[in-house]
Write a protein that binds this ligand. Structure first.
Ligand code: ADP
Ligand code: MG
Ligand code: MG
Length: 886
């Protein structure tokens, strides 16, 4: 198979093979944009290299062929002493992994050609700067040398000249640096810096391939759920130079503001620099708008190209460009990352601009983004101590103790403390700390700095470029406008406004939540709320899945309904037995005779009836699936240890432990080794006479009362943890009998559907039989995950899940996102077999997965009727159910 592609041979849809960067360089080339010529080594070659440790046999020949063609096109050769062809060797995987992998610029320079370049460009400073960059980048990325070796030498050279500006180093200084760098290479690696350009290129290619498995790349992929086996392509791109003088420069640009989504000119520009200087925040950039003054022609060209790219990709693009002596070159573009708010605003703006359809707009936003928009904001009316205001790079409201290193952030997070990571600038090694922190604050760099880009990708709050902060990492203090902040002090950062406050600022609900609550009109002028309103309304129009909620109080039910829930998919009844009602439950458990048991049940029934009344009223006209009692009874009794101590103490004092002794005996009797697999669910109903009947009577009489008031209560009665149809038949008979009795006694028909949970593998496999007796199924995917995998959630998440995630056994916890191959297969089987028996069987899912975007798409595919999730996830589920239907 072909392993190397000229830029002109690819296009934007070839990301699997050419990586995102390569595919888009190819696309821009074919659009006729000014892209320096080059070629792409495909990710297939990388996969071979990663699995076998060697380059594919044909690769060298193919590269030779493309190098020759490139030399022909450029009219100069690699290593040509008087006018060398220089190239960059750039990584570029299918999914962008900002700063995670390596790039080497100026490949092709050596001790001879550096003089040729100096002569040819008429600019010796530039030539020596290019050479020192090559050795520096090559040393770090290809030869694995520590970056400090080079950075310290540059600092020393600047100190010697009493300057802090790289530009004050002249040709002579840079030539001396090159000598030092070459010596450092020899000292560190035992060999000379390779002088053969083709060897430089081959080593750089291997290093880029190898960087796929660098620690930080592995961590980033896990965080972003990017598959581990894709590999990266390598782009060989002829060099253009932004460091030829003040008429040259380099920059990054966005076609719209990636943090707000507003149209306008956004980006950063740096004169007389090569690309990596911008991102590294080594020197402070100027806003892109200033380029208009600096170089009007390049600015106009760039604006025209940006308009063309946005029209072509029909989305926000981000761009890397370089100006070489007044000529604009495009070095990269891609559909840009953006904040959640920007995603919604851009999607609807593009609809208004006639660029995309509303269906496409819905596909461009995600439930995860909507969830982010529902986070609270800082209270505008609270008293605050403003420390400084900088660039809001990634929105959110974060409070925490100040830490200055990633290690400290990770340590604090382990102790359960909230921290804000404060750095001068971040680099890829800070990834652990950024993940652990609530937010990130940097004193340097703009919206395109490493901190900003990575934070936006993670949905983390970030304020950057806070130049007023004097961050002293070794003293662990910040001086800012007369205030001193030390490690451990609490600060609050607002990633939208860029404000930094001392102390903890209180938060208020987001406007998007106010809109869902019905207290903010979508036409009130808040354009983000208007976008959310449009897209979620469209999702409601196209989705097939209904969205219900898990709620067991009237308040939660009412809120979920305001958030758009179409009923309750899971109303748990066990909390109704807690608090003061515990005693009645204790009496029920301790009852030795029917009379005592009846008395205890009779006490509970009216309490339950009032609970159900409240919920059924809040959900009037909508289905309310009520699950009969599920947990093992000992959960309602005091702990065995506490009781044992109490009884022992009483006995020691010669007192009669009385009821405590009886309770202790009951707790011992009910004690189970594996309560999750013990006496619970339908088993309780069958073993403890009258328990289910009492609950059903409470439900039915609540419904009867509401019906008499002219309301429309719609309870559905759900039997948990059924494994065999016989269990369900027995329970069902009892339930049906009570419903008949109440109907007769009250004189109103309170018949309600009776169904079951499918949460045991046996239930899924025998769903055909179970459906004989069930009018609906609700897949309890929490328990189904536990019973299918054979692990108990509460026990394993801390114990070994992180190890499993690290080893790649799961990409994400199966409790968070449904394991489609295993647990999902059981859901599918259950749905199919159930519907064979009973074509109109209503199918739903309750459990955490009901609010998880990926799982929702799966449930849509297997034909369920609804998902049920916690009230706050309801809007997320509505949006994702709409997206799943497109
Ligand atoms: P990353 O993915 O980390 O951005 P890139 O491969 O895009 O890495 O390159 C790093 C920097 O070098 C970027 O600023 C890019 O624009 C610049 N660069 C890459 N190739 C060239 C080239 N051929 N000429 C000039 N600058 C380049
Ligand atoms: Mg780049
Ligand atoms: Mg369960």
């Amino acid at each position: 198979p072909k392993l190397v592609y000229d830029f002109a041979e690819g296009n934007k849809d070839m990301k699997d093979l050419l990586g995102g960067k390569g595919a888009n360089l190819a696309e821009m080339t074919n659009l006729g944009l000014p892209v320096p010529p080059g070629f792409i080594i495909s990710a297939e070659a990388c996969k071979v290299f990663l699995t076998t440790g060697a380059m594919p046999a044909e690769l060298a020949d193919e590269i030779d062929h493309h190098v020759a063609a490139l030399e022909q096109k450029m009219g100069k050769k690699l290593g040509q002493a008087d006018d060398p062809l220089l190239v960059s060797v750039r990584s570029g995987a299918k999914f962008s992994m900002p700063g995670m992998m390596e790039t080497v610029l100026n490949v092709g320079l050596n001790d001879d050609s550096v003089n040729g370049l100096a002569h040819q460009s008429g600019n010796p400073r530039f030539a020596w700067d290019a050479y020192r960059r090559l050795i520096q980048m090559f040393g770090k990325t290809v030869l694995d040398m520590p970056g400090d070796v080079f950075e310290d030498a540059i600092e020393a050279a600047k100190d010697a000249k009493n300057t802090t500006n790289d530009l004050d180093l002249d040709a002579d200084d840079l030539r001396k640096l090159v000598d030092m760098f070459k010596t450092a290479v020899r000292d560190h690696t035992g060999r000379d810096f390779p002088q053969d350009p083709r060897e430089q290129m081959d080593l750089a290619i291997a290093a880029v391939f190898g960087s796929w498995n660098s620690e930080r790349a592995v961590l980033y992929r896990r965080q972003e759920r990017i598959p581990a086996d894709l590999g990266t392509a390598v782009n060989i791109c002829s060099m253009v130079f932004g460091n030829l003088g003040m008429d040259s420069g380099t920059g990054v640009a966005f076609t719209r503001d990636p943090s707000s989504g507003q149209p306008g000119v956004y980006g950063d520009y740096l004169q007389n620099a090569q690309g990596e200087d911008v991102v590294a925040g080594i020197r402070n950039t100027v806003p892109l708008a200033d380029l208009e003054q600096i170089d009007k022609k390049s600015y106009d060209d760039l604006m025209a190209i940006m308009a063309k790219l946005e029209g072509h990709y029909r989305d926000l693009c981000d761009i890397e460009f370089t100006v070489e002596r007044g000529k604009l070159w495009m070095l990269q573009t891609r559909v840009g990352k953006r904040t959640a708010g920007a995603a919604f605003r851009i999607a609807t703006s593009l609809v208004d601009e006639g660029m995309i359809s509303i269906d496409e707009a819905l596909q461009r936003v995600t439930g995860a983004q909507l969830a982010q928009l529902m986070f609270p904001r800082f209270d505008a009316d609270a008293e605050k101590h403003l420390l400084t205001k900088a660039i809001g790079a990634s929105p959110g409201a974060a409070c925490g103790k100040v830490v200055f290193t990633s290690a400290a952030a990770v340590e604090a997070a382990k102790r359960g403390e909230k921290v804000v990571l404060v750095r001068r600038e971040t680099n890829p090694d800070d990834l652990h700390g950024m993940i652990a922190a609530q937010g990130i604050l940097t004193s340097r760099g703009g919206k395109t700095s490493h901190a900003a880009v990575v934070a936006r990708g993670m949905g983390k709050t970030c304020v950057c470029g806070a130049e007023e902060l004097r961050v002293d990492i070794s003293a662990k203090t910040i001086q800012v406008n007369g205030t001193s902040v030390s490690e451990g002090d609490v600060i609050s950062i607002d990633g939208t406004t860029g404000e930094v406050f001392l102390g903890e600022v209180p938060v208020v609900p987001s406007p998007v939540v106010q809109y869902f609550e019905g207290t903010l009109d979508p036409a009130s002028g808040d354009d983000l709320v208007a976008s959310v309103h449009r897209l979620i309304s469209h999702a409601d129009g196209v989705r097939r899945l209904e969205v219900r909620t898990n709620a067991d109080t009237g308040d939660d039910s009412a809120r979920a309904r305001r958030f758009g829930a179409q009923g309750i998919g899971l109303c748990r009844t066990e909390h109704m037995f807690l608090g003061e009602r515990r005693e009645a439950i204790e009496r029920l458990i301790l009852a030795e005779e029917d009379a005592e048991r009846h008395a205890a049940l009779a006490e509970l029934e009216p309490l339950q009836r009032e609970d159900f009344c409240e919920i059924l009223k809040a959900m009037d006209g909508q289905p309310v699936t009520i699950r009969l009692i599920d947990p093992p009874l000992h959960e309602f009794l005091p702990s065995m240890e506490e009781l044992a101590v109490k009884v022992a103490l009483a006995e020691e004092r010669g007192e009669d432990p009385g009821r405590d002794a009886t309770l202790l005996a009951a707790v011992r009797r009910l004690h189970e080794q594996n309560p999750m697999l013990g006496l619970r669910g339908v088993r309780l109903g069958l073993v403890i006479p009258g328990l289910f009947a009492m609950q059903v009577r409470a439900i039915a009489s609540a419904a009867a009362r509401l019906k008499k008031q002219g309301l429309d209560p719609r309870p559905e009665i759900m039997i948990p943890l059924v494994g065999a149809v016989q269990e369900l038949e027995l329970a069902r008979d009892e339930v049906a009998k009570v419903l008949r009795e109440v109907s007769e006694a009250e004189g109103v028909d309170v018949h309600s559907p009776i169904g079951t949970m499918i949460e045991l593998p046996r239930a899924a496999l025998t769903a055909g039989q179970i459906a004989e007796s069930a009018e609906f199924f609700s897949f309890g995917t929490n328990d189904l995950t536990q019973t299918t995998w054979g692990f108990s959630r509460d026990d394993v998440e801390g114990a070994f899940f992180s190890c499993y995630l690290e080893k790649g056994i799961f990409a994400v916890s199966p409790f968070e996102s449904i394991d489609t191959d295993g647990v999902g297969a059981l859901v599918k089987i259950g749905a199919e077999r159930g519907r064979e028996t009973r074509p109109d069987l209503k199918l739903g899912v309750c459990g955490e997965h009901g609010g998880d975007p990926d799982s929702i798409h799966f449930f849509h595919q297997v034909g369920l009727d609804y998902v049920s999730c916690s009230p706050f996830r309801v809007p997320v589920a509505r949006l994702e159910a709409g997206r799943a239907a497109l």
